[in-house]
Design a protein around this ligand. Sequence first.
Ligand code: RIB
Length: 287
Amino acid sequence: MGNIIVIGSASIDLVVKTEIIPEAGETVMGTSFFTTPGGKGANQAVAAARLSDQVYMIGAVGDDDYGQQILNNLKANNVDTQFMDIIDNESSGTAHITLYDDDNRIIVVPAANQYVTADSVLPKLTQFQAGDIILMQHEIPEETIEAVVEFAIEHQIKVMLNPAPYRKLKQEILDKVTWLTPNDTESQLLFNDEVDSALQKYPKKLIVTKGAEGAVFFDERLQKVAGFKKEVVDTTGAGDTFNGALAVALNDNKTLEDAVNFANLAGSFSVTGLGAQGAMPHRKDLD
Ligand code: RIB
């Protein structure tokens, strides 16, 4: 079994719950507010590390209190933080989240996450080997992802790219990653095509998540792996839980179908509590 290396954002989520969404120029009263660790990279690292050992995170935080909270939280969740940078005179990333009507709206301010550059990341990858899995998302610079993919190809390291939030993806990156895991909306934007037809073009590589419905991929035929229905408290981080768990299952050499099923199950747990990481499951929960 290899290592899982998550390269991505680490942030603090500032979460407001409301029963009314304000129009432009309008002020409304919310019902509650809390801060909690987030960032798609850190969420995926925590999701993986609750299910497996040997999970590393490569990322950056600011030299502020949020930065310390982010690092402490990663360590408390079994994530190896030796490759996390602390950026002088910079704030940690924040995500400004509104929870409304069983769904979320998110604005991310990357701050220190912009310093997750190719120059800072590539030297840290030299200690990893063929067979390890790198997991990335779109909250760090595009150039970093491109450079890491090239490095990974050269060193036979597998790459799972979760292209969230959506931004354009070069065809060569798409061709070179081992797995691509957009949600339904991101898939349609990336391929400018219906999900089923995109899946057929990328068998066993493209895995599209469909929320509570589960996930789909193509493997000689269309494989629909059903999700698990749970009472929804907060959907934030469900996709991240899916990705972290999928990396763990593939690292355990499960078949793609079994791995997606495992990831669906992990994702279903995550919606049952507040906060991106609040209800991410541990291995004993899934057993
Ligand atoms: O995927 C959920 C995450 O997206 C939140 O934790 C927030 O930090 C945003 O980056």
